[in-house]
Ligand binder design. Structure first.
Ligand code: PMP
Length: 519
């Protein structure tokens, strides 16, 4: 059904709206009906199996004739309940293939389209070549490969000393206060599995990186959402996306087990400033059961290190909530090696244990050569000059600053207002002045991945705009509505997220396509 809709979408795009709309609306209705009936089928099947009825065909018949069900369960056939809804297509599965289909420049997904720096590749060669004697081809220690744990402990000790973490909390112990896993994705998975009991609440700040909510669900937790509110009079992502501390406090209770913080923030590019982090730390300290997970994967992609340095909440107010904080980061963004999947958690041993206790039964250990190579790379990055800059980190920030400007210029050509990010490699653009046939797309290009599909909600405007931009202009973005809960999804309506972790020529090409279409 979806592919026929896509094909018809192509026809619609090429020959115009009217002749196809009627046929499509019939298909759309049929599609919805089938979707509703199949959901009802699964609901009734689950209810029925609980009550001992097993004949599938009778259930399907009754699904077809019944218009209501008193079972609210929506498990997909055969999968565990904790995956309810999680087997559905995602925003990534929709827009990457669509970009390929239309030969569109994909500024959607966030990974660099270049290789890691030479010194990182060389480090990996040394890690796997036995002549260098690094012993990195067998299982690693489960907590973390020791050379990496040692470098990370030194790195964070040094950094957090400078951030005035009290001296009795330092130096960090590499054997108990550092855990590694397969990227932050997996570190977070282990941490949530290790911390959450059924029914515990996890507070997410919207918009949020979409794996958070899925992982909370898999761990048996319940998401509670607190949106960052847009201040349209402000300039720059850090000030446009504001956290109302009273609103945050209203979301917390004795049931709250985890608050996930992300700075620099995906998708907005916001960096939480000291005042905001102090406010959060003050609130969190009133809830001793609460753990802050601070996702800092973009820590080295920051654009004004003097006036707006990256801050870790673990160090704020002299380590006020150090004992309640797990700080996470990974090598993927920093060294342009997202496929290596080396991530880590740093913090007090009782929280690091949440990660390692799951890890030892799950992967036992992440891959050794990648950990070993990143151990070497971290040292070189900090200590040696790179391409005329004092360190690799200085070069990295400068390179991304340049790319950010290229994308800002391109978005202005398209009549969008970029909300200039202070960190990370995404730009949220205000798209309210982009004119496009929203209703045509919303009515004809049904998408099972879009938020609200199951409840019959109209396709969000940002979703439709990203489809239209891909098909008509040849540039693809990610609709941020994928990063909101249904209650607040309308906050995303007039925005799109564009990635600038792309080569200069890719960004120039995107600008040219905008020029061709919009000027
Ligand atoms: N956190 C955020 C905010 C991200 O944007 C990403 C990657 N897009 C990750 C975590 C995943 O990191 P990793 O590749 O280390 O699993």
């Amino acid at each position: 059904m979806k592919s026929s809709l896509l094909q018809l979408g192509v026809i619609h795009h090429r020959i115009g709206v009217v002749p196809v709309v009627h046929a499509l609306s019939t298909i759309r209705q049929t599609h919805r009906t089938i979707a509703t009936l199949s959901t009802r089928y699964y609901q009734q099947k689950r209810c029925a199996s609980r009550s001992g009825i097993t004949t599938s065909s009778s259930i399907l018949r009754s699904s077809l004739s019944s218009s209501s069900s008193n079972c609210n369960d929506t498990t997909t056939d055969g999968l565990a309940h904790r995956l309810d809804g999680l087997d559905q297509p995602t925003v990534w599965q929709e827009f990457s293939p669509l970009a390929t289909q239309y030969n569109s420049i994909n500024l959607g997904q966030g990974f660099p389209d270049w290789d890691p720096p030479h010194f990182v590749i060389e480090a990996m060669k040394r890690s796997i070549d036995p002549t260098f004697g690094r012993n990195a081809n067998q299982y690693a220690r489960s907590y973390a490969h020791m050379p990496l744990a040692t470098v990370l402990a030194q790195e964070y000790t040094h950094r957090w000393q400078q951030s005035k973490l009290p001296s009795h909390l330092l130096p960090l112990d590499p054997t108990t206060q550092i855990a590694t896993a397969t990227g932050v994705t997996n570190v977070l998975y282990c941490a949530l599995q290790g911390l959450i009991n059924p029914g515990d609440q996890v507070v997410l700040l919207e918009p949020y990186f979409d794996i958070y909510s899925s992982q909370v669900q898999m761990a048996g937790g319940e998401c509670v959402y607190c949106p960052l509110r847009p201040d349209t009079s402000a300039v720059g992502a850090s000030d446009v996306f504001t956290l109302d501390l009273d609103e945050l406090e209203s979301k917390l209770s004795t049931q709250t087990r985890v608050l996930i913080l992300n700075t620099p923030h995906n998708p907005t590019g916001k960096m939480f400033n000291r005042k905001e982090l102090q406010g959060i730390a003050n609130i969190v300290s009133n809830y001793p059961q609460l753990v802050v997970i601070s996702d800092e994967v973009y820590e080295h992609i920051v654009f004004d290190t003097v006036n707006e340095p990256h801050l870790s909440i673990a160090t704020i107010n002299n380590g006020q909530i150090w004992h309640q904080t797990l700080t996470m980061s990974s090598a993927g963004k920093t060294f342009s090696c997202t496929g290596w999947k080396v991530g880590w958690a740093v913090g007090p041993s009782h929280l690091v244990k949440a990660v390692t206790s799951v890890q030892q039964w799950c992967n036992f250990s992440p891959t050794t050569p990648t950990q070993d190579a990143i151990a070497q790379a971290l040292q070189i990055a900090r200590e040696e000059p790179y391409q005329g800059y004092p360190t690799y980190y200085d070069w990295l920030a400068s390179d991304y600053r340049h790319k950010r400007q290229l994308l800002v210029d391109a978005l202005l050509v398209a009549g969008m207002k970029p909300i200039v990010p202070n960190g990370g490699f995404f730009i949220m653009a205000d798209t309210q002045h982009v004119d496009f046939p929203y209703d045509d797309i919303a009515n004809t290009q049904l998408s099972t991945a879009m938020p609200g599909y199951a409840t019959g909600k109209k396709m969000p405007r940002d979703w439709a705009l990203s489809r239209w931009l891909t098909q008509t202009v040849g540039v693809t973005a990610i609709p941020p509505s994928a990063f909101y809960s249904l209650d607040t999804v309308d906050l995303a309506a007039n925005t799109l997220r564009f990635a600038f972790c792309k080569g200069e020529s890719t960004l120039q090409q995107a600008k040219q396509r905008f020029e061709t279409y919009f000027s």
